[in-house]
Design a protein around this ligand. Structure first.
Ligand SMILES: [Zn+2]
Length: 161
């Protein structure tokens, strides 16, 4: 059986060789560089994902097919999310500057930064869905190969030491 993926051992990543876009299901991948590459992490010794038993990495990057239009949608959604996060971040930081002393400001800066990062993800994902396209990570979870790795205990979040 022919596998729709190849292992690129130079870049330590798995590249899809089929061309149907995972994010919109209609688009066709025209360039491997348009694909979304998601890092996956593994703490176990070996993996049983059928074709990739030879993969010994603790971290691998898996390519998720993405057409040029979806790549553009994701870029636009990220800009939209960043702008909305900035609309929260900037006034919140100014307010904290006036409210707290130096130590309080540093602590509140970290809290506000983390909140802004969360808002960035929330708004950019929402914008992708609004435009009819799966967001980058949610869409990656639809990829059969990513699903296979996740079923084997691999994770999207980097394991903490
Ligand atoms: Zn697409």
């Amino acid at each position: 059986m022919e596998t729709p993926y190849v292992v690129n051992s130079v870049l330590k990543r798995i590249e899809p060789t089929y061309t149907q876009c995972t994010y919109c299901n209609n688009g066709i991948v025209s360039s491997i560089d348009d694909c979304y590459f998601i890092p996956l992490y593994n703490e176990q010794d070996r993996t049983n994902v059928i074709v990739y038993k030879s993969v010994k990495f603790q971290q691998i990057t898996v390519g998720v097919t993405r057409c040029a239009a979806c790549k553009k949608t994701h870029a636009d959604a990220n800009i939209s999310g960043a702008l909305k996060a900035a609309l929260f971040f900037i006034p919140a930081i100014i307010l904290c500057w006036f409210l707290f002393n130096a130590v309080g400001f540093i602590i509140s800066f970290i809290v506000v930064f983390l909140a802004a990062f969360y808002l960035f993800g929330f708004f950019s994902d929402r914008q992708s869905y609004k435009l009819g396209v799966f967001p980058e990570v949610d869409g990656a979870k639809e990829s059969p190969l990513v699903k296979a790795f996740l079923a084997e205990g691999w994770t999207i979040e980097k394991p903490s030491a």
